[in-house]
Design a protein around this ligand. Structure first.
Ligand code: AQP
Length: 325
């Protein structure tokens, strides 16, 4: 089973990325052949500071390894180091339609905040399809917010297979039950995001205990005062319960029972401890890996190994389309 997924280096990985995607990345190493990418070309669909982007690429790579991705067992690399992504992206762009891309909710959300949206933001899902199809991927572990993009990838692959003959493996998304959609702490109706303006809307994996405490204690709840899961009526408390459950391994009913009769204060304080202790070993490993020269060596080696898989796939696609000599 070939597994592929990626994270954008648009800031530090947060609990949503971790619980929705990265935890699966680590687990899947037991089951398949895993390729994990730092998708820097996706990051530039919105303006980035070049110096900051380079740092973020290395931060995300070190965080991948700090949460338990083994760069020897899996392939870890930076997207722009393998040119096949851009090449295949163009071929897929010629086989996708503006109508289907206009329906992507992520594009609608991100473009509505600006006067004029970059073309790259519009074709982002096509590049994502190329990332996945370039490696004959079977399974794509992602958060729920990526469901629509995975569907589009499947549609494009099937369309090309039907028109040009068997060209691509048609991949499946893999979504978790708990953590698949972690919501913002300040607004539990929108997802936790790296690029949201309010830093207290998220918990980054590298946040120190004081920041974690402040963000959780400020988190939006409700006036009812009872710790119970009800995503529609109590989205804030339900989000905190999901985070608590995913970080501690305790079930939501177990937590509801434990906090029966106690207010939000005690619940939030315990959640602070669970998150701080859960992130401590990751932060210790991150500090070691981020400063090491081995990190760059692992990424270079990863790009070579990724390229060795991508090249024959791209050759096959070009042959099907009659491209080149
Ligand atoms: N809130 C979330 N809950 C669960 N999973 C999430 N993911 C993102 N946010 C949540 C999953 O994390 C992986 C990497 O996401 P990404 O960096 O490629 O892009 P994104 O989904 O756009 O993430 P952000 O954090 O919201 O970044 P910005 O702010 O830059 O757009 C994906 O598998 C995603 O599903």
């Amino acid at each position: 089973m070939r597994v592929f997924s990626g994270v954008q280096p648009t800031g530090n990985i947060h609990l949503g990325n971790y619980l929705g995607a990265l935890k699966q990345f680590v687990e899947l190493q037991e089951e398949g052949d895993c390729i994990y990418c730092i998708v820097d070309m996706h990051a530039i669909t919105l303006p980035q500071d070049a110096k900051q982007l380079r740092e973020s690429i290395l931060d995300v790579a070190a965080l991948y390894m700090a949460v338990g991705i083994d760069p020897k067992r899996s392939i870890v690399f930076v997207q722009s180091e393998v040119s096949g992504h851009a090449e295949l992206g163009w071929i897929l762009a010629c086989n996708s339609y503006t109508g289907e891309l206009s329906r992507m909710t992520q594009f609608k959300q991100k473009s509505k905040e600006r006067e004029s949206a970059p073309t790259g933001l519009f074709v982002y899902p096509v590049l994502m399809a190329a990332d996945i199809l370039l490696y004959d991927t079977d399974v794509v572990p992602v958060g729920n917010d990526q469901k629509q993009h995975i569907e589009l990838t499947r549609d494009i692959a099937l369309r090309i297979n039907n028109t040009y003959g068997e060209t691509f493996v048609v991949p499946d998304g893999r979504f978790l039950k708990t953590g698949a959609r972690v919501m913002a702490l300040d607004d539990p109706t929108s997802k936790m995001s790296k690029s949201a303006e309010n830093a207290h809307s998220r918990i980054s994996l590298t946040d120190d205990p004081a920041k974690i405490k402040k963000s959780i204690m400020k988190a939006t709840t409700d006036s009812e005062g009872s710790v119970r899961f009800d995503a529609a009526e109590k989205p804030g408390v339900s989000n905190l319960l999901s985070i608590y459950s995913a970080m501690s391994g305790k079930s939501i009913p177990e937590l509801e029972k434990y906090y029966e009769g106690s207010g939000y204060g005690a619940f939030k304080k315990d959640l602070v401890d669970v998150v701080v202790e859960g992130l401590r070993p990751i932060q210790e490993r991150f500090a070691e890996i981020r400063g090491s020269e081995q990190l760059i060596r692992d990424l270079k080696d990863g790009a070579e190994r990724a390229n060795a898989i991508a090249e024959p796939v791209l050759k096959r696609v070009k042959e099907r389309f009659g491209l080149g000599l």
